[in-house]
Write a protein that binds this ligand. Structure first.
Ligand SMILES: Nc1ncnc2c1ncn2[C@@H]1O[C@H](COP(=O)(O)OP(=O)(O)OP(=O)(O)O)[C@@H](O)[C@H]1O
Length: 332
């Protein structure tokens, strides 16, 4: 469904400072039909820029791609016909009615009036918007508005849909509801979904496969659980008498694959590939040396641990609002 090689995008900075922003620095992507792929990275990592290139809204500075079976550079119209794109801000006019928006969107894709209305009804049902057709879009809740945006992106029955930060700004209940709908769209309609997010829980809950981007480059790729296992392993924390800490840490260091040690007084922390198998082994070793453990805890890694291991930064820290960017132009 998507094959991209070496996609790059530079933006020229305006003003006296000059120079360039290298927003995307050579991205390779492969997305198979029917996949639900999460494109995860902190603010400013290059997610939206990549998405805008893949959806023909922005020309790549370098690289090639095939999207929905059409060449991005030579057949942009073919790409546009075969994809749906749901942008961050959505695109509904505040005064118009839900049903009208859906119909108009269908007409923009050259559907007949009857087909646009019929397809709008099916999508409204599937996305829990039935009964709201006569409501002005400005009166919808945030969650309903996002679902309308998604319905509009799907009106022409594309096989591939891009969702840019679908649940940003929604309360936890609306987010969970939206996730359920996204899962169902894939399950019931077989739509391939490529979504960007900077929420770890969203990536974890939704995606079959994650592609992690940082500073314009892909830094990891895989199923959320596989990434956690490969990249960082389980976290282990044990508490012993401070006088035994050095000896206990020595024993823990002998566990296969143990790494990232920190020892502070009687508190020892480290990571191992599998906490459940390492723990009994360590307990036996400590017991044999008469070292008593006051507490022991194993924690499963999070996607934040993955990001930290790969980049040396926490995704949560990286999400802090960025400093104001210099004025820039859209032209490369
Ligand atoms: N039109 C533009 N002109 C200049 N620089 C831009 C432009 N669009 C994006 N950038 C810069 O490119 C970098 C990547 O931005 P992008 O919007 O792709 O990130 P993102 O990962 O989608 O972030 P967010 O999660 O905040 O949406 C940032 O440094 C951004 O300031």
């Amino acid at each position: 469904m998507i094959t991209a090689r070496g996609l790059e995008r530079r933006f020229r900075r305006k003003g006296r400072a000059g120079g360039e922003v290298h927003a995307v620095r050579g991205v390779d992507l492969d997305v198979e039909e029917g996949e639900l792929v999460g494109f995860l990275g902190p603010n400013g990592a290059g997610k939206t820029t990549t998405l805008r290139m893949l959806t023909t809204l922005l020309k790549p500075t370098a690289g090639t791609a095939t999207v929905g079976g059409h060449d991005l550079l030579t057949d942009a119209a073919g790409v546009r016909r075969n994809i749906g794109y749901v942008a961050q801000g959505g695109g509904t006019a505040p005064e118009s009615r839900v049903g009208e928006e859906l119909e108009l969107q269908g007409r923009l894709y050259r559907m007949s009036k009857a087909d646009a209305i019929a397809r709008g009804k099916v999508l409204a049902d599937q996305l829990d918007l039935a009964g709201l057709e006569q409501r002005a879009t400005k009166t919808l809740s945030g969650g309903q508005r996002r679902k309308l945006d998604i319905a509009m992106g799907l009106i022409h029955s594309p096989g591939l849909v891009f969702l840019d930060e679908p649940s940003t700004g929604l309360d936890p209940q609306s987010r969970a509801n939206l996730w359920e709908h996204i899962r169902r769209l894939r399950a019931e309609q077989g739509v391939t979904i490529f979504l960007t997010t900077h929420y770890l829980d969203e990536a974890d809950a939704l995606a079959d496969r994650l592609i992690v981007i940082d500073d314009g480059r892909i830094v990891a790729e895989g199923h959320p659980d596989a990434l956690k296992e490969q990249v960082s392993g389980d976290g282990v924390a044990i508490e012993v008498d401070p006088r035994s800490a050095a000896a206990a840490a020595d024993l823990a260091r002998q566990l296969p694959g143990a790494h990232e040690f920190s020892v502070r007084e009687g508190s020892i922390r480290f990571r191992v590939p599998r906490g459940d198998t390492a723990m009994p082994e360590l307990l036996r070793a400590l017991d044999a040396k008469d070292i008593a453990t006051a507490a022991m805890q194993v924690t499963r890694p999070t996607l934040d641990d993955v990001f930290l291991t790969l980049t040396g930064r926490s995704l949560r820290e990286a999400e802090q609002p960025a400093a104001a960017e210099p004025e820039v132009s859209d032209a490369a």
